[in-house]
Design a protein around this ligand. Structure first.
Ligand SMILES: [Zn+2]
Length: 815
């Protein structure tokens, strides 16, 4: 079973680039005629060297296609491609089509807000989705200016990549854009709540659904202030002004990614508009996302990678620059230690998988394969490596090279080689060894302390050997007092002698990229000590060392559990609980001795009681306590009488209801009443999660019908249903679906594509089963060449996680 559409291959992109120059797009959309489809008339003017090619088009139906004045037969359209026999010189293609509104977060996504029944639309052209909005040559290096004309319901506002006007009710005319790649052409349309501001000559805007208007208003100051601070800093560092006119930031419903950097009109997932109380860590995550998308206006939008094998030129730079600028100029100076919790393991785990790839030159042969490389390597590892490069080159050379790159390729495309040439012109010297060791070679070295031998051992990954030097600080506690030692690891063994039993945290402050692992003695000796560690970044280093060691079956989960239980009451920054809890539940509790869940729950309760009422630590601890509770009375007690300092807002009430459902203490009527009482978008997703979590066969069949597509639901509800499906303790009820996963998975390509195809394959993987049999079946399916490539990639990754957990259980059997 293959996808109904063909993804563009690199070789095809090269051929089409050699043939064509696109002069302009003129696009006329009618969003007012129908709720399921919209009208789309695209005129493309381009010059050609003459010869055969194709245009990308994925319509519901075609009204008329006119090419150089001649009507073409719509039946020529096959798997999303319309063949064109171009003439040398000027060509004009006019495609009049009806396109589908989608509900999977791609193309032109339309959703109805359950709170008030209002409809919202936004465009997500990335990665293969532009042709479901307009006919186009869908590849990053065929840039052209766009002019949009939109008809929309009269009470809607419409925002695009360029400034627009509203000459008459329901009619929107947009200025011609700068040259844009197809993948970041967008449109945001609906009865959005809009707030405007201005900074340094740049008109600024924010928008969100009307039903969350007051929440957007509450945070508008913070969002505008950060936007202004970041613009000033990017202008100072890059010396080139933001060139895309207005800068609008739209918070849109059911968005798959964190955000998308469309020039002039960035789209964000709207859970980032906080309707319930959140912790500082969630605000930091939003701040870095905002800065990340701004960095893309330069790295990505002014200069765009020629092909997806260089997507690190977008993501690694945006991640590094976004984090750096947030830390340097906004109120969130503690970004780097927060990132150590939030992002580092994401990158390290991805880099240790069989599916690892180099940061640069990932070899993406088609666009859909490239989508799978938007992972912890392209973001977290890429950012870490660029931070190292910046430290090596210094700001002067680093930014002189970047400015040279932006200037030479302004509104065009470039490759990694172009950027390295720019750096060399800026005086960087020969970067070839840095490039080959850190950017072109996949996989991380392992750094492990051998106490008996008095050395730190460096082990490169067997499949990707490299000679890498690591310079970092290790933290050592001598008689309970922490000291930092600078270490340079240049070979397989580096002398490192510590007093007997002293805990050692290798690369405690993320100064290199390596799998630094805690040794067993360190974990045990940390149990009484971690409480007194005041440095937030060092504590993050401790957890990263511990997580990496458990990931490699090097330490006993029983020891890890002792550390987890001993440490939550003292963690700071206060969001550590939130950052580590998912890992505790997926990696520590199932592998530690029986009774682990109860001990974790007790620790969370103690942390909550010890926390200052009203503090974020109290909130984080309560969340952890809810998630681990098995006692209906305590959960209902919190609903009836919240702990002092806690407002049982919508978020917390649903967390309790979901937990009650999972332990079989809530029924469908109660969940339905909660949804009816406050029918927000958030409630609808949480209701789905709760129903899928119920411990009965009906609930699992209900969740499964969403996976197979028998019941079609928007992307957020699909993900929620998957998250409730495979609860620990419900193995007997979910057992029949292990078989069904493997039989139904290949057919899901009939009902979904892109992001959600791969996400559903990952999230519906049997998550409560730890068995060799499942591992074998997962590996066999991953090797099945007839399966969609993105699905196979997720199977490889889930199989790796399972294999590692089985290795821990084998090394340290507890149950
Ligand atoms: Zn990005």
């Amino acid at each position: 079973m293959t996808s109904p559409y063909q993804s563009l291959q690199h070789t095809e992109a090269v051929a089409r680039f050699d043939l064509l120059t696109v002069e302009e797009y003129d696009i006329r959309l009618d969003l007012a005629s129908d709720e399921r489809t919209f009208g789309s008339v695209t005129t493309i003017r381009f010059t050609s060297r003459g010869g055969a090619t194709f245009v990308d088009l994925k319509p519901t139906r075609v009204n008329e296609i006119r090419f150089n004045g001649v009507v073409l037969d719509p039946d020529l359209l096959e798997r999303g491609r319309l063949p064109l026999d171009t003439v040398a010189g000027a060509n004009e293609l006019v495609v009049d089509a009806v396109m589908p509104f989608r509900n999977d977060g791609e193309g032109l996504h339309r959703s109805v807000d359950p709170a008030d029944g209002k409809s919202y639309v936004y465009g997500m052209s990335f990665m293969d989705a532009a042709p479901t909005i307009f006919a186009c040559f869908d590849q990053p290096d065929l840039k052209a200016p766009y002019t949009f004309h939109v008809r929309a319901p009269e009470d809607w506002v419409v925002i695009g990549n360029a400034p627009g006007s509203n000459p008459e009710k329901g009619v929107w005319e947009f200025e011609r854009t700068q040259p844009l790649s197809t993948y970041f052409v967008t449109l945001v349309a609906g009865p959005y709540h809009l707030i405007r501001d201005e900074h340094d000559g740049i008109p600024l805007g924010l928008s969100a659904r009307a039903s969350v208007a007051k929440d957007l208003d509450a945070d508008a100051d913070e969002l505008f202030t950060m936007t202004k601070q970041c613009f000033d800093e990017f202008h100072r560092l890059f010396g080139i002004r933001y060139p895309f006119g207005d800068y609008h930031q739209a918070f849109v419903p059911e968005f798959n990614a964190g955000a998308m950097e469309n020039p002039g009109c960035v789209t964000f997932r709207d859970p980032l508009i906080f309707s319930s109380r959140v912790t500082r860590g969630m605000r930091i995550a939003r701040a870095t996302t905002l800065a990340h998308e701004m960095a893309h206006q330069w790295f990505g939008n002014i200069v765009t990678p020629k092909w997806w094998d260089d997507l690190w030129l977008n993501e690694s730079f945006a991640e590094y620059m976004g984090n750096r600028v947030t830390a340097d100029v906004t109120q969130y100076a503690d970004v780097w230690s927060d990132m150590a919790y939030a992002r580092r393991q994401w990158g390290l785990v991805a880099d240790q998988r069989p599916s690892t790839h180099p940061v640069a030159g990932n070899g993406a042969f088609d666009a859909s394969a490239a989508l799978q490389d938007f992972d912890g390597i392209s973001y977290s590892k890429g950012s870490a490596v660029l931070k190292q490069l910046n430290a090596t080159l210094g700001d002067d050379v680093f930014f002189a090279g970047a400015i040279d790159h932006f200037t030479r390729h302004r509104f065009g495309n470039a490759t990694m080689h172009d950027l390295f040439e720019s750096w060399e012109r800026a005086g960087a010297g020969d970067l070839s060894s840095f490039t080959s060791n850190w950017l072109r070679t996949a996989g991380p070295d392992a750094l492990v302390l051998d106490r008996a031998a008095g050395v730190i051992r460096r082990t490169p990954p067997a499949e990707h050997p490299a000679e890498r030097t690591h310079t970092f600080r290790a933290a050592v506690a001598v008689d309970g007092a922490w000291e930092d030692r600078t270490v340079e690891v240049t070979g397989p063994e580096t002398p490192f002698v510590v007093p007997e039993g002293a805990p050692v945290v290798i690369d405690a402050y993320d100064e290199t990229w390596a799998v630094a692992q805690a040794d067993p003695a360190t974990v045990r000796s940390l149990v009484p000590l971690l409480a007194d560690v005041k440095d937030g970044h060092l504590r993050a280093g401790v957890w990263n060392n511990v997580r990496s060691a458990l990931h490699n079956a090097a330490i006993d989960p029983a020891d890890v559990l002792d550390l987890v239980v001993a440490s939550p009451p003292v963690e700071d920054p206060e969001d550590t609980l939130r950052r580590t809890w998912t890992w505790v539940f997926s990696w520590v509790v199932p592998l530690a001795p029986t009774g682990a869940a109860a001990r974790v729950h007790e620790a969370a309760l103690e942390a909550m009681v010890a926390a200052t009422p009203g503090s974020e630590r109290q909130l984080a601890a309560l969340r952890a306590a809810i998630r681990s509770a098995d006692d209906e009375a305590i959960l209902r007690g919190w609903l009836a009488v919240p702990p002092v300092g806690i407002d049982m807002d919508l978020d917390l009430r649903w967390k309790v209801l979901v937990r009650l459902a999972a332990i079989g203490a809530a029924d469908r009527d109660e969940l339905q009443r909660a949804l009816d009482a406050e029918p927000t978008a958030r409630s609808r997703v949480e209701h789905t999660l709760a129903v899928a979590s119920l411990p009965d066969a009906e609930a699992k069949a209900w969740a499964w019908a969403r996976f197979t597509g028998e019941v079609d639901v928007p992307n957020y509800e699909l993900e929620a249903a998957a998250s409730g499906m495979w609860r620990g303790g419900q193995e007997a009820i979910t057992a029949p679906y292990v078989d069904r996963y493997f039989t139904d998975l290949p057919e899901t390509v009939r009902v979904r594509s892109g992001w959600v195809l791969a996400d559903a394959a990952e999230f519906y993987f049997p998550g409560n089963v730890l068995s060799e049999d499942l591992l074998e079946r997962a590996r066999a399916a991953a090797a099945d060449q007839t399966l969609d490539l993105s699905v196979r990639r997720r199977l490889v990754d889930r199989a790796d996680e399972l294999a590692r957990k089985l290795a821990v259980r084998k090394a340290f059997p507890h149950s």
